[in-house]
Design a protein. Structure first.
Length: 679
């Protein structure tokens, strides 16, 4: 009989004593042997040039095979259900091989039915192996006895490792594996698979003279071969070089955790590599300091001298700092001109002295491409144990210290103090609670009455957002609203405020026979949000409320931006018939000349001008009132707490006022009582 290697492809498939077939790239059967007929019930003439009938969802299968076999030309499936001609299910393991020989381009499939389990008999595997050797010259192959001693190794694998065949025969195949794999969890998985007679597939490093760092990565399939009695008589391994893919993965992984310029760990890499630090400290008596230092005005340096100089400056900063710092410290590079340091063992006093010396060292001139560049360095530092529970919180505290120092001036060293630490802990607590407060509706509104100045008549209210937390108590808006802005929660919060205030106004208008208005503060982010306009439309349509009874208060700083976007949004609001008020008017005095161009209805004078009049009898308050009236605007004075102040306002053309002199902000039940009494 001719050697299997010499047979034409169709005769070769017929000679295999396992069910197998060949299909083209579209899934049409071109070759089908008698063992496949027996296993699946379809005769050759019934399947030739027709889609492979045994695979359910053939199109999806082909789409999944194509990329898989492009990367790994020989693959196996788990025990898979296939269709029999009579409608029953045949469970089998499939071996897939992509190949191209002469006029044949497609997939070879061999099926090992459930009776064979996941193992292959010696005869069956040898036949498949001969086919594999014939159609795929890029496969690395070796065989061992039952004890793992190499009995056969192909020239391709010998060439990869860089040694002749005879050097391997009789050696344990595990000796070929690179030492870097020993502590890999997959190594244990390999041993467990082989000791339980299972097929193993995975990526494994082997020694190689042809690859950098003496290592090559193979996608390896290790198959136990059974005797007729069911005992393992040998192991066969075949694989494909995936070193390029592995190298790319390693490069991507490296860039994910390192700064691509300096090669130092970035923030993400630092957090990952030193995540254990706080636990280690908790279990001992150690101390750890985290410091962040920033090149002040680094952006200006970059823009003035160019990124080439800026990059070289960063590299020299790194070099000088690494040479100066203790060997036990670790330097990392979160971004741009910001670097980080972590100190172990040193005391607070030692760390402070180290940071002062580092700052002095880095502020000496740098010589870069014929430029002499001097920089100032600001530093923020925090230590552990402290009021924190994670390394990321420790980093954020150091960041807060750095920014606090920068607010004082450049070139500062700022340690987190106990008061700062407590404030930071409170801020973290508030941030976490904000999400819950919005979801569970813990916010509520109080209403500051507004009175007509000439008659003292009640004419409306200003809605004021309040929040009481079970643990933190009453949290002032000045504390939680800026955080809500940072956390992008202010828009949904503000939308809830205006809707709730509008509903309340509608209810109160039905209690009295005189007009009432409601003023609501609008944040800049909400003002720009499209959801804000939708909220205004919904209120107008659903509440049957006169929109002109709602006064939307926007800050003067927003108006001063003078952008087309701001003016267009004002016009949108006015077309919906809502009124617009400029809150805290006068704090941005340069905007006075632009008032005529804005479609506003009201000016609200900031309390600072009322206080100024009380202390110095300044005429500025009267000037602002006169300005507003000359533009035919309604003028409101807020923060009226003194009778003398009220008496003076009555002598001006100011229209209305609000303040503690007449009424503090009230909960809804007290507003009802006020309305009833006033009525």
């Amino acid at each position: 009989m001719a050697s299997l290697r010499d047979l034409p492809i169709d005769e070769f498939i017929d000679a295999l004593s396992v069910p197998c077939c060949y299909i083209n790239l579209d899934g049409h059967v071109l070759l089908w042997n008698e063992y496949a007929e027996t296993l699946f019930g379809w005769e050759r003439d019934e399947v030739l040039h027709h889609p492979l009938p045994v695979v359910q969802h053939l199109k999806d299968a082909l789409e999944s095979w194509s990329p898989m076999l492009l990367q790994y030309p020989f693959s196996t499936t788990a025990m898979t259900p296939f269709k029999h001609k009579n409608g029953s299910v045949v469970y089998a393991t499939a071996y897939l091989q992509s190949f191209s020989i002469n006029d044949y381009t497609g997939y070879f499939l061999a099926f090992l039915p459930k009776g064979f389990g996941p193992l292959i008999s010696t005869e069956q595997f040898n036949l498949l192996h001969h086919f594999q050797a014939m159609i795929e010259q890029s496969t690395y192959y070796l065989a061992t006895n039952a004890y793992g001693e190499i009995t056969e190794i192909n020239p391709l694998l010998c060439g990869l490792i860089g040694a002749p065949n005879h050097r391997f025969i009789g050696r344990n195949w595990f000796e070929l594996i690179h030492p870097s794999f020993e502590n890999n969890p997959l190594a244990e998985d390999v041993l467990q698979a082989l000791t339980t007679d299972r097929i193993w597939n995975g990526e494994m490093p082997v020694h190689s003279d042809r690859h950098a760092q003496d290592v090559c990565w193979l996608n390896l399939t290790v198959v136990p071969i059974l005797s007729e009695e069911g005992d393992v008589v040998q192991y066969t391994a075949f694989g494909f070089d995936v070193s390029d893919k592995k190298r790319l993965e390693q490069e991507v992984n490296y860039l994910a955790y390192h700064n691509d310029l300096t090669g130092l760990l970035n923030k993400k890499g630092w957090l990952r590599q030193y995540a254990h630090v706080l636990t280690d400290i908790d279990q001992g008596d150690g101390l750890v300091h985290v410091a962040l230092f920033d090149i002040d005005r680094f952006k200006i340096i970059n823009e003035s001298f160019g990124s080439r100089v800026g990059n070289e400056l960063l590299l020299q900063i790194k070099k000088r700092a690494v040479q100066f710092m203790p060997e036990t410290s670790v330097m990392f590079h979160p971004s741009g001109g910001l670097f980080g340091l972590i100190f172990f063992e040193e005391s607070k006093e030692e760390v402070f002295q180290l940071l002062r010396q580092l700052q002095h060292e880095l502020q000496r001139p740098f010589r870069i491409y014929h430029h002499s560049i001097m920089v100032s360095i600001s530093i923020g530092c925090v230590f552990y144990p402290s009021a924190t529970s994670s390394l990321e919180e420790l980093y954020t505290r150091a960041e807060s210290a750095l920014f606090k120092g920068k607010r004082i001036g450049v070139g500062t060293i700022q340690f987190i103090t106990k008061d700062m630490d407590n404030a930071f802990s409170r801020q973290i607590h508030i941030e976490k609670a904000l999400y819950q407060a919005l979801e569970e509706k813990h916010f509520y509104l109080e209403y500051q009455p507004k009175f007509e100045l000439k008659t003292d008549a009640l004419i409306g209210f200003e809605a004021l957002l309040r929040w009481h937390h079970d643990e933190l108590g009453q949290i002032p808006p000045s504390e939680f609203i800026p955080l809500a802005e940072e956390m992008a929660l202010i828009v949904p919060i503000n939308n809830w405020v205006i809707l709730e205030a509008a509903k309340q106004l509608k209810a109160w208008q039905q209690l009295v026979d005189y007009p009432l208005s409601m003023a609501v503060n609008i944040s800049p982010n909400q003002f720009r949000s499209d959801s804000f306009i939708n909220t205004l439309r919904n209120i107008k349509q659903q509440l049957n409320l006169n929109p002109s009874d709602i006064i939307l208060e926007i800050t003067e700083s927003l108006v001063m931006q003078q952008t087309d976007e701001i003016i267009a949004r004002m016009d949108q609001i006015k077309r919906l018939d809502y009124r617009l008020s400029i809150d805290d008017f006068g704090t941005g005095f340069s905007s006075l000349q632009y008032l005529k161009s804005f479609p506003v209805d009201e000016l609200k004078i900031d309390k600072v001008f009322l206080d100024d009049w009380l202390t110095s009898k300044s005429h500025l308050l009267d000037v602002i009132v006169h300005l507003g009236k000359s533009l035919h605007l309604h003028v409101v004075a807020e923060g009226v707490e003194d009778q003398e102040m009220l008496d003076h306002l009555k002598q001006t053309d100011c229209d209305s006022f609000q303040g503690f002199l007449y009424a503090k902000p009230l909960p809804p039940i007290e507003v009802v009582r006020l309305l009833t009494d006033n009525h």
